[in-house]
Design a protein around this ligand. Structure first.
Ligand code: HEC
Ligand code: HEC
Length: 229
């Protein structure tokens, strides 16, 4: 009952605002149906404490991402890296060798070589490969701020939002491999649960990056009527 009345009232108010001269600044043509679209979803404002917590949690996330178990598959170039000193993969392995027909899975199976009874062989996990050429997701050579900015940019992370990134680091088999790397390989500086916890704090704080300023929540509407143009 009250809905049609409210919507009529809103139309009247909108009409009044337009006739009051606000329209002077409007574009000449409004596409048909434009007024029916819901307003774009604004990012939920994050409180100052969560924002600061996210910035500090990022330090821990960064230490994991740049650990050799992660960085070795997220290199600046087209060649994966190997060992704790992250030197280029032997045998000239690269995105090019894959294109030439030598899949990573030729040597890297779904499990570590030790699980197949071969000590010191190639490590393994399902879908062992480098990130795609178009979005190489480089972790090497970044400052904390630049890696943070890249990671949350959907154009550079394979179209993921913060929730999608959190899901990836919590469940992806290649991520989990980092804590079960086989052989004498070292593991990242945080446990996987602590890493996911730090990542969650970062996501809950809006993915705040070092040096970034918090976007202030929208100010309450001013009491005065808008000034005439
Ligand atoms: C064997 C290679 C390999 C290893 C090891 C590896 N990754 Fe990845 N990583 C990938 C590939 C391939 C993708 C892209 C897959 C996708 O988008 O679904 C990816 C994507 C990601 C992404 C998603 C988006 C982005 O911008 O980076 C994150 C986050 C990530 N990896 C974190 C990690 C972490 C943390 C570790 C170490 C614990 C790790 N990776 C180890 C291959 C690897
Ligand atoms: C011809 C066999 C072969 C192919 C093909 C191959 N690898 Fe390897 N890879 C190995 C062996 C053997 C090791 C183990 C050497 C070691 O322990 O450092 C290794 C180690 C690695 C490591 C080091 C893991 C770590 O953190 O120390 C990464 C990362 C890796 N390979 C990624 C790749 C990727 C990505 C591809 C495909 C683009 C690939 N490899 C193709 C044989 C291969």
């Amino acid at each position: 009952m009250s809905r049609p009345c409210l919507s009529n009232a809103l139309h009247v108010i909108a009409g009044l605002l337009l006739s009051a001269g606000v329209a002077g600044a409007e574009p000449a043509e409004v596409p048909v149906g434009f007024e029916e679209e819901p307003p774009p979803a604004a990012p939920a404002p994050v409180d100052a404490e969560q924002f600061a917590a996210a910035q500090s949690a990022w330090g821990d996330v960064y230490r994991v991402l740049t650990h050799p178990r992660c960085m070795n598959c997220h290199p600046t170039g087209d060649r994966p890296l190997q060992t704790d000193s992250s030197r280029p993969h032997r045998m000239n392995i690269s995105r090019t060798s894959v294109k030439n027909g030598v899949a990573c899975s030729t040597c890297h199976r779904a499990v570590n070589s030790e699980a197949l009874g071969i000590a010191g062989g190639p490590p393994g996990a399902p879908h062992w490969q480098l990130p795609p050429e178009q979005t190489p997701m480089v972790f090497q050579g970044h400052t904390p701020a630049s890696l943070c900015a890249q990671l949350k940019d959907p154009a550079r992370n394979g179209g993921k939002d913060l929730a999608g990134l959190l899901k990836h680091v919590g469940h992806d088999k290649l991520v989990l491999w980092g804590w079960q790397p086989g052989g004498a390989r070292t593991v990242p500086p945080l446990s996987h649960p602590d890493f996911v916890k730090a990542f969650t704090t970062w996501v809950d704080g809006g993915g705040a990056c070092p040096g970034e300023k918090r976007q202030a929540p929208p100010a309450p509407a001013p009491p005065e009527a808008p000034a005439a143009p």
